[in-house]
Design a protein around this ligand. Structure first.
Ligand SMILES: Cc1cc2nc3c(=O)[nH]c(=O)nc-3n(C[C@H](O)[C@H](O)[C@H](O)COP(=O)(O)O)c2cc1C
Length: 243
């Protein structure tokens, strides 16, 4: 099982990840970062209304990520480092994907802040007619692996069809926040359906906060699972090393 620290903007920086990796994680995710002018402008608006989103100057973001990757690799050379990124065009994501020693660039098709949605980014990416081309362009132009993080059960989106499209685009990982409106647990049946229909590596996400939920997640057929809120304190109150 691949065990991933899921992105939490403003929290999952190198210092935080270096502290939690020894809990048993194989992949540590930095970010999410906003890379291009529209997503940086959107992030500034989000910060202005008091959300703990991170924003870095456009001209420093790439060297910032480079330094963060190096800080983790210095301490944990065996862990894969991923960077979760938002951009309205593929090129800035390609630039991040070519940062030395970065193992995975993760395309954020997940964020649901209004400011990000209004520029066609975050989960709105799932509705883009050119999503497959967007992802393929990243895949074809980076040396590292490519992950696509999606939110499940978005209104107007066929999650299974998107999962198949992401596989066809050549991504290495499909990272699924299997949330379902009104349900305080992951949508395990949807994850199972996805795993039965794709061969890409699926990382299941949402409500991994106990060994019982890890077992339910594994039973869906995922190749790995990721944890965000469960590790937000810097600790886990359950054990992941047995999985
Ligand atoms: C404070 C916070 C910030 C987050 N920031 C991001 C982000 O920048 N990019 C992203 O893809 N997901 C982000 N997420 C979503 C998590 O990665 C995860 O998908 C979600 O919290 C469900 O997983 P969980 O039940 O393990 O928390 C964030 C979640 C939290 C709680």
């Amino acid at each position: 099982m691949i065990k991933v620290v899921a992105p939490m903007a403003g929290i999952t920086d190198a210092d935080f990840l270096n502290r939690v990796i020894p809990l048993g994680f194989d992949v540590a995710t930095l970010g999410g970062y906003s890379l291009d002018a529209p997503t940086i402008e959107a992030s500034k608006k989000i910060i202005a209304r008091g959300r703990k989103e991170f924003d870095f100057p456009l001209n420093d973001i790439f060297s910032h990520i480079e330094r963060e990757v190096a800080s983790i690799k210095r301490v944990h050379s065996n862990v894969k480092v991923s960077a979760n990124v938002r951009s309205t065009t593929p090129q800035p994501i390609i630039d991040v994907g070519n940062i030395p020693d970065l193992d995975i660039v993760e395309i954020n098709c997940h964020c649901r802040q209004d400011e990000i949605l209004s520029i066609g980014c975050g989960q709105e990416m799932l509705k883009r007619a050119d999503l497959k081309k967007f992802i393929s362009q990243v895949v074809d132009n980076v040396d590292c692996e490519v992950s696509v993080k999606i939110r499940a059960n978005v209104d107007g989106v066929d999650t299974l069809a998107v999962a198949c499209l992401i596989e066809d685009a050549g991504a290495d990982y499909l990272h699924v926040d299997a949330m379902k409106k009104g349900v305080f647990d992951a949508d395990y049946s949807l994850l199972k359906e996805i795993c039965n229909n794709v061969h890409i590596q699926v990382i299941g996400n949402n409500s991994v906060n106990s060994e019982a939920n890890i077992k339910k997640m594994i039973e869906t057929g995922v190749n790995g699972f990721s944890i965000a809120r469960g590790v937000i304190s810097g600790n886990l109150d359950f054990n992941i090393s047995n999985f």
